[in-house]
Ligand binder design. Structure first.
Ligand code: IDP
Ligand code: MG
Length: 136
């Protein structure tokens, strides 16, 4: 049975700053994702804190929110069969050092914090994250 899903992807400041957004979007396209909506924005730290609220108890939370709000990002709704898991696989492990060959983080990630992309981790969070950026 078909299971077309949507997931939220973010090209993070480190990648936008290095003009990698075109190459990253091409990787999505080659891998069968449709970019349903996209926008390039910069968010306030307060918004980053809301977006990453699940991580609020982590020691890296403050740095993470400062970082996500430090420069322009590209937020996208990606669509494909089993998009949520497929995007997590295409992104690779959180730490680029551990990411598999051919993944976005292996190719472009600099470090565990500057790892170039975000992707929703579940159907529930995909919906919440898509609404966060695209609900009018
Ligand atoms: P994910 O992005 O692969 O889903 P999460 O565990 O949800 O990884 O963490 C969210 C983001 O927080 C990561 O993408 C990374 O930028 C940052 N992060 C995660 N773990 C660490 C850490 O141990 N030190 C610094 N930053 C971290
Ligand atoms: Mg996550």
């Amino acid at each position: 049975m078909s299971n077309i899903e949507q997931t939220l992807s973010i090209i993070k400041p480190d990648a936008v700053e290095r003009n990698l957004d075109g190459q990253i979007k091409e990787m999505f396209s080659i891998n069968g994702f449709t970019i349903v909506q996209e926008k390039k924005i910069q968010i306030e730290k307060q918004e980053a804190e809301k977006f990453y609220k699940v991580h609020e108890t982590k020691p890296f939370y403050d740095d993470l929110c400062t970082y996500l709000s430090s420069g322009p990002i590209v937020v996208m709704i990606l669509e494909k069969e089993n998009a949520i898991l497929a995007n997590r696989e295409l992104m690779g492990s959180t730490n680029p050092k551990d990411a598999a060959e051919g993944t976005i983080r292996k190719k472009f990630g600099i470090s565990i914090d500057k790892n170039s992309v975000h992707g929703s981790d579940s159907a529930e969070n995909a919906k919440i994250e898509i609404d966060f950026f695209f609900k009018s």
